[in-house]
Design a protein around this ligand. Structure first.
Ligand code: FNR
Ligand code: 8K6
Length: 346
């Protein structure tokens, strides 16, 4: 049994975890009508409450943040009430849970809402919406500064809604090519105002959202996920390195609960980062770092022992094994993940 994973950890004076294993955020596209969490979702999360911290599937902060079918929201009273059932069930099992706050930016599709697709710049992505291949991605509209201010306010409101829904905190989804990440990469951000061109300007939106959310619910309850290595709905650019150097240094003084790597396989190396995303972030970030990406309990524990990161997030194996933590603790083999498992919520 990889013992280091089963230590209690104090993230700060507000949040302590029973172990170092996090359930990674996993979009399941199973929310009900009006994007309200269902009773099946209550059961699904409660079964996984032995994780030190569950991070919810990405949850949209407002209607135009949606890019996939049946992703839950946190902007209506019915959604808040639905999530409260989930968090109550997780707490009853002794677990803790953060909500992942999401706006997909240019990965949105107006099939899901009335309005325009918004992004830093009018640069679209190729392709079609997963599971709805008839929907082709559109060229987004570059947001105005007034719209940026509203987005920042809407992230803060969604964070307040998350606390009302009983979450222990929130993770801001700044990763995987979605809205916040779009501001951080040159391939998606070609603005010429104070949100573009320089590392300070390109980091501005991410920091404004982080600060607004922290001010509303307390920095102790806020995590952030980032993808300095572009790999999903995004192209990398040598100049992105300076943007993330600036952003991560600026985060050092924010005293967040944690910073979370956004990647599918942490063995991936990026030339402009000088190696893996986790190694790059560790070289700059002074706070708690959550590693992720094709780890097993054994390889993740070894990485923690070698101080590559502090906490281990597990994604696909948690879909395959609701009792992942119990199995690892008992030294039992875990079931292999298979994409066909996405069809049902067990
Ligand atoms: C993901 N991932 C993901 N990431 C995120 O930040 N928000 C999300 O909602 C999702 N949704 C999602 C759905 C599915 C089906 C998969 C497979 C992945 C990425 C996930 O959190 C994690 O980073 C990767 O799965 C890599 O970790 P594992 O699976 O190798 O442990
Ligand atoms: C499952 C329905 C849609 C969920 C969208 C959330 C994003 C995760 C989807 C998985 C896609 C994997 C892409 C991995 C790219 C790796 C490149 C090396």
């Amino acid at each position: 049994m990889p013992q280091v994973l089963f230590e209690n950890v104090k993230l700060n004076n507000t949040i302590s975890l029973n172990n170092r294993i996090l359930m990674a955020p996993l979009t399941r596209c199973m929310a009900g009508d009006d994007l309200v969490p269902t009773d099946d979702m209550v059961k699904y999360y409660a079964k996984r409450a032995k994780a030190g911290l569950i991070i919810s599937e990405a949850t949209i902060i407002r209607p135009d943040g949606q890019g996939y079918p049946n992703t839950p929201g946190l902007f209506t009273q019915a959604q808040i009430t639905g999530w409260k059932k989930v968090t109550d069930a997780v707490h009853a099992e002794g677990g803790k849970m953060f909500a992942q706050l999401w706006h997909v930016g240019r990965v949105a599709h107006p099939y899901f809402f009335d309005g325009e697709v918004l992004a830093p710049s009018a640069i679209g992505i190729e392709g079609t919406v997963p599971r709805m291949r008839e929907l082709t991605y559109q060229t987004p509209k570059a947001v105005t500064q007034e719209e940026i201010a509203q987005l920042v306010a809407d992230y803060a409101q969604a964070a307040a809604n998350a606390i009302e829904a009983g979450f222990d905190g929130v993770e801001i989804h700044g990763a995987n090519g979605y809205l916040i990440d779009q501001f951080l990469h040159h391939a998606a951000n070609q603005r010429i105002d104070e949100y573009g061109q320089t590392p300070e300007n390109m980091s501005r939106f991410a920091l404004e959202v982080t600060d607004a959310v922290a001010e509303r619910i307390g920095a102790d309850r806020v995590g952030l996920r980032v993808s300095p290595g572009a790999y999903f709905n995004m192209d990398g650019d040598q100049r992105d390195r300076a943007v993330f150097d600036y952003l991560i240094k600026a985060l050092n003084s924010r005293n967040l609960a944690y910073l979370h790597v956004g990647i599918f396989d942490d063995a991936m190396e990026f030339d402009y980062l000088g190696g893996s995303v986790s190694a790059y972030l560790r070289s700059i970030y002074k706070g708690t770092l959550v590693g992720v990406g094709s780890y097993t309990a054994e390889s993740g524990a070894e990485a923690i022992q070698n101080q590559k990161f502090d906490l281990l997030a597990i994604g696909r194996p948690f879909i395959a094994n609701p009792d992942y933590v119990e199995k690892v603790q008992a030294g039992q083999a875990v079931k292999e993940y298979d994409e066909s498992m996405l069809a049902t919520l067990d």
